[in-house]
Design a protein around this ligand. Structure first.
Ligand code: C2O
Ligand code: CU
Length: 457
């Protein structure tokens, strides 16, 4: 006994005296690198992708609310990259936008990201360099921030939707910057996946209440979704809890980069499937099937709202600074001219440079911000869509309230879908200091002109 105790004490003392190796404090790695996954059915070869840690979606990052996330991005790709933490109201220096908040991470290079995740909810991370190609090749994953008090549910499923444009050998087709995609609805795929699978099947029991965290990681596809064999409620939009849960409508939309948290009660009988449906015209396809194996206890009451995040009350609109972002260009309303790097250009000159869209008359990211806004200032922003195409407009570092037709604050989002000839008014407080990108999340639209930025503070 004594000998053993002495031995243990000795070990402890030695451990304390030994200097800490340098790598003990280095963050966990997230490696951007080529990989291969089986996207297409088994008779096809696997698809070569770009990935985080060899997977697409990349590893699910999950942490408690208010905790610091630390990851070292290691770039093992043949070209520079970066990571943007979409929807996190983080420190500007960690926002991952090359040319705005950091330098590109070169091949063989590294970058340490570290930031607090102040809000609970469903977020995601993705490359923010040549995203029209890099995200398309698979560089994205889920970032889940958990509420301190877990809601009463029987399961929590992250479902990342994407579409891929594959050739006959199931390889990702090139031509990411082809002018037709850029100037129209963006690059749509021919294979739709959930978590990298064309037919994801998950087990469930009848009566289960599940949380579904839907994330649209597609380049440009606007999903129209439905539920069969389950009763659903929307509980959060773009990570932010609704003050009151609301029944999921028959069809609901998920634009690129948007998230929806649903609570669903499984109604389907044992032996049947409850399905998340992708609705395309008159047809619907199963994106995810919950195979009901048995019956559990069912709940009789609709779910309660999730606890609100901080800074989630709408500001006073009367003191708000009015701003406008006018979207112009694209097929059928081609730009006749616009400002761009190097001065004023004709529509033809712009098209030759791969620019098809403008925000407030400027194609591409201007040297000057859309506006300089004081820290704490309320902003009333109109997205005016003067094009023939829908656009999913995203503001970094903030969430905004979508205002309804009567001007009342509705959902609290970081990405809003604006239909052709529609104006969407949003209201927010510029609470986060720094330079924040504001762009269309149809990634080809961003690449061909639809991006500007706000300076806060
Ligand atoms: Cu999801 Cu500018 O990004
Ligand atoms: Cu767009």
């Amino acid at each position: 006994m004594i000998q053993r105790r002495t031995f243990l004490t000795g070990t402890t003392a030695a451990a304390v005296l030994t200097p800490r190796p340098l790598f003990a404090s280095s963050p966990e790695r997230l490696t951007a690198r080529p990989g291969a996954v089986q996207l297409a059915p088994p008779e096809y070869p696997s698809t070569e992708i770009w990935s985080f840690d060899g997977l697409s979606p990349g590893p699910e990052l999950r942490l408690p609310q208010g905790v610091r996330l630390e990851r070292r991005l290691v770039n093992d790709l043949p070209e520079p990259t970066s990571i943007h933490w979409h929807g996190i109201r983080l420190d500007n220096a960690m926002d991952g936008v090359p040319g705005v908040t950091q330098a590109p991470v070169e091949p063989g290079g590294e970058f340490d990201y570290a930031f607090i995740c102040p809000d609970a909810g469903t977020y995601w991370y993705h490359s923010h360099l040549k995203a029209v190609e890099q995200v398309e090749r698979g560089l994205y994953g889920a970032l889940i921030v958990e509420e301190p008090d877990k809601p009463e549910i029987d399961g929590d499923h992250v479902l990342i939707l994407d579409d891929w444009r594959l050739d006959a050998n199931a390889q990702v087709m090139g031509g990411f910057d082809n002018g037709h995609d850029l100037s129209h609805g963006g690059r749509l795929g021919n294979v739709v996946t959930t978590n990298g699978s064309m037919d994801l099947v998950l087990p469930a029991r009848q009566g289960d209440r599940l949380r579904l965290r839907l994330i649209n990681a597609a380049n440009a596809r606007i999903f129209s979704l439905g539920l069969r064999g389950m009763t659903g409620w929307i509980v959060a939009t773009d990570g932010m809890p609704l003050a009151q849960t609301r029944p999921a409508p028959d069809r609901f939309t998920l634009a690129p980069a948007q998230r929806l948290d649903l609570f669903v009660d499984i109604d389907a009988e044992p032996g049947e499937d409850a399905t998340l449906l992708d609705v395309v015209g008159e047809d619907s396809y199963a994106l995810t099937s919950f195979r009901v194996t048995s019956s559990g206890a069912s709940r009789k009451t609709p779910p309660a709202a999730l606890p609100p995040n901080l800074l989630s009350d709408p500001p006073d609109e009367t003191a708000a600074l009015p701003l406008t972002v006018r979207m112009e260009g694209g097929a059928m309303r081609w730009l006749t001219e616009a400002d761009a790097a190097g001065g004023r250009k004709s529509g033809q000159e712009l098209a030759a440079d791969g620019l098809f869209w403008a925000l407030n008359g400027y194609a591409g990211r201007p040297a000057d911000p859309l506006a300089k806004v004081d820290l704490g200032q309320a902003v009333l922003l109109d997205f005016v869509n003067d094009t023939m195409w829908p656009h999913a407009m995203h503001l970094h570092g903030h969430h905004f309230f979508e205002l309804d037709a009567e001007g009342k604050p509705g959902d609290f989002r970081d990405t809003t879908l604006v239909q052709p000839d529609e104006t969407r008014r949003v209201l927010f407080t510029a609470h986060n200091p720094g330079d924040w990108l504001l762009h269309c999340h149809m990634l080809g639209h961003h690449a061909s002109g639809m991006g500007t930025w706000l300076r806060v503070g």
